[in-house]
Design a protein around this ligand. Structure first.
Ligand SMILES: *[C@@H]1O[C@H](CO)[C@@H](O)[C@H](O)[C@H]1NC(C)=O
Ligand SMILES: *[C@@H]1O[C@H](CO)[C@@H](O)[C@H](O)[C@H]1NC(C)=O
Ligand SMILES: *[C@@H]1O[C@H](CO)[C@@H](O)[C@H](O)[C@H]1NC(C)=O
Ligand SMILES: *[C@@H]1O[C@H](CO)[C@@H](O)[C@H](O)[C@H]1NC(C)=O
Ligand SMILES: *[C@@H]1O[C@H](CO)[C@@H](O)[C@H](O)[C@H]1NC(C)=O
Ligand SMILES: *[C@@H]1O[C@H](CO)[C@@H](O)[C@H](O)[C@H]1NC(C)=O
Length: 295
């Protein structure tokens, strides 16, 4: 009572400051999310007119963007985007960079459209808090950016049925919250990430690619990083076998050279063969002479 009447309650003062700060950051977050969707609409080509008819920015009602097609907000009267679901709307164009301004976004589903081009190299910064990313059934190409391993909250990552090439960033295997992962139907090659004992990841996740190998698939050639003692022992045995083969080949070669030299240095044997030929010739001529005589 004393504090209140005095009007100097430090608690109230601090509370007021915090409220001011919060409301400032809140309104800038809302502004940012509206900018995000404006940028999305500008980037995505929409030949079927879905966004054109639904995404109308000429409205000042608080939370108006929450009624847009495919937009879910954290709260229906607060323009703060939680999820964007724009699946199967015939959308074209590149990955929308402007999505970085939807700073509280946790889910992005752009599946089954006609989006193309590479994913941004800094995708981990653009959608840092994303838990579900579904870009499946588009025409995205290029490599899957290593930076996606910075999306540490990912539970679901669907990149299947695109035109991705190159290797899968192995760091994806370290994303501990991953429950569902697919890169099937691309042109990926090389070793796949190791998700440990994660039962949500099966060989299906990798089906139909150019040449993936490793865990759940055929082993990679050239003993990819399987840093266990078996590989080391195997390498040791292999090395020993190779060394033994080299020694055997060297011995055989040496012996052959020695025996060849012996033949060359054997004029006796050569003479003997020549003399044998001579005696045969002599015998033949005797035989002919004998025949002539008897006839
Ligand atoms: C978009 O909407 C405007 C009016 O709302 C219309 O004039 C225009 O033809 C539409 N464009 C497409 C591609 O649907
Ligand atoms: C503005 O948005 C609100 C909430 O989504 C909606 O009820 C209202 O009809 C909109 N007004 C116009 C002019 O579109
Ligand atoms: C986010 O919005 C701000 C303000 O409109 C803009 O300057 C910035 O370029 C936007 N960021 C992206 C990644 O589009
Ligand atoms: C991802 O990009 C951000 C910003 O561009 C950078 O800070 C970060 O180190 C990158 N991470 C990886 C794993 O490349
Ligand atoms: C991105 O990843 C790099 C390397 O893994 C790490 O150093 C950095 O702190 C991460 N950045 C964010 C924003 O998570
Ligand atoms: C994976 O499972 C095996 C047996 O099911 C177990 O021995 C091993 O510790 C598990 N590894 C991890 C990282 O959970």
């Amino acid at each position: 009572m004393y504090m209140l009447s005095n009007g100097r309650d430090p608690g109230i003062f601090v509370g007021a400051v915090v409220w001011l700060l919060l409301s400032c950051s809140f309104s800038s977050a809302v502004e940012s999310d509206i900018n995000c969707l404006k940028s999305l609409k500008a980037t995505l080509q929409d030949p079927l007119g879905y966004l054109n008819s639904s995404w109308d920015f000429n409205n000042n009602t608080e939370g108006f963007i929450c009624n847009f097609l495919g937009i879910e907000c954290w709260h229906p009267h607060e323009s703060k985007v939680l999820n964007i679901k724009l699946s199967d709307l015939g959308l074209k164009g590149p990955f929308p960079h402007g999505i970085a301004n939807c700073t509280s976004l946790t889910g992005l589903d752009l599946s089954s459209n006609k989006l193309s081009g590479p994913l941004p190299e800094d995708i981990g910064r653009i959608i840092s808090f994303i838990t579900t990313l579904d870009l499946s059934s588009n025409s995205f190409s290029g490599q899957i950016p290593t930076n996606i391993t910075n999306c540490s909250y990912l539970n679901v990552l669907k990149l299947d049925s695109n035109q991705f090439t190159g290797n899968i960033p192995l760091g994806i295997g370290q994303l501990g919250r991953m429950k569902s992962f697919s890169v099937a139907n691309n042109q990926l090659s090389g070793p796949v990430p190791d998700f440990g004992n994660n039962s949500g990841i099966t060989a299906e996740s990798y089906a139909n690619n150019a040449g993936l190998c490793g865990k759940l698939l055929n082993p990679c050639r050239g003993a990819q990083k399987k840093s266990n003692s078996v590989v080391i022992v195997a390498a040791g045995v292999g090395g020993a076998t190779f060394a033994a083969l080299v020694v055997i080949f060297a011995l055989v070669f040496l012996m052959r050279r020695v025996s060849a030299k012996k033949k060359e240095e054997d004029p006796e044997g050569n003479k003997w063969a020549k003399s044998l030929k001579k005696t045969k010739a002599v015998k033949a001529s005797y035989y002919r002479a004998y025949l002539l005589e008897t006839n």
